[in-house]
Design a protein around this ligand. Sequence first.
Ligand code: PLP
Length: 391
Amino acid sequence: MRFSYFKGMAKLPFNPGTQPCSSDEGEKMIPLFSAAAANAGLDLASVVQRVVDSNWYVLGSEVTAFEREFADYNGVNECVSLANGTDALELALRALGVSAGDKVACVANAGFYSSTAILAIGATPLYVDVDEASLNMSARSLSEALTRRPKAVIVTHLYGQLAEIEELAKLCHAAGAAVIEDCAQAHGAMRGPRRAGSIGDIGCFSFYPTKNLGALGDGGGIVCNDAKLAATVRTLRQYGWSTKYHVATPNGRNSRLDEMQAAVLREKLPKLDGWNSMRRDIATRYNAAFADLPLVLPPSTGEDYVAHLYVVRVESREDFRAHLRSHHVGTDVHYPLPDHRQTAYDLTSTTISLTQTERTCDLLVSLPCFPGLSAQEVDEVIRAVRSYFQR
Ligand SMILES: *Cc1c(COP(=O)(O)O)cnc(C)c1O
């Protein structure tokens, strides 16, 4: 069955990060992401059974082992697992000493996750524009934002493309601002010997099912080299306890990865590099096939891009998407509305000039790109895209 994985796809709930496409064409749609394809060949049932049989479900040996293995994978000393990626951002900010009234710089084109964490603390987001090619934080715009003295800066590696994090971190540290990397779309991305999350002061991850490393539910975590910082996050994830029932740190909460998710992530982690290169191979094929079309394509297919999302820019986006839908190709938009224009808040006064952010958000379209997408399906996506421009 060609699209047999679609059934697993349909079970995915609403996804805040990478929405599965909905299909009016039923079984034949090539989806934007497939959980069934991502988990194919893994015996996750016996992994879960192992935890059931252990009778230990929270903060046990699976979590300890996963934290060690994920820290090693990223080439850092510390990993603290958490309930989800948004908590990772918020607890990272709190551990770095950000509190109500502080400013935190971030981009406005990354799905409001940073803004959610910043606003939860009572801090104020200070939006920074993005670079035209990478759509990641612009160094020039950051320099301008740093004159407003943010306490911390969140750098998102959007779509799995590493930002110019070394240069951005240098600017931040010179201005006395802490650097948080949002690696929720960039597990495993590398520049030289260093992985996403190991370059700033702290790296934040989500293990939501659609991410490059995904659990069978929510999950998240931080990585860093600073043992004190990690210890603070460890305390904050469990009510602010120093020891059991003794609250020594304020603003704690319950944010723990559970044993089943940790065991699933341990099973999947050794496959991450292989899956990332499958994603990258698909992106490479798309980039070659679309090179002569009036599309703006992802700028890199090297190790610094793990192709979490394959996003192109196109004029008349909704026509393009309708054409693809009629050719049974699912698409989505990441993300249609920048953070400062979300209607729940009035955040427009906290921005500097966001020319690129504003200019690009109406052009973005994500195409199917995930491990398990067959060569034949990639061909079909390519044919559908090319036929749009041949009409
Ligand atoms: C998914 C995502 C998050 C949030 O992760 P959750 O686990 O859903 O809370 C944060 N930042 C980015 C860039 C993401 O893609």
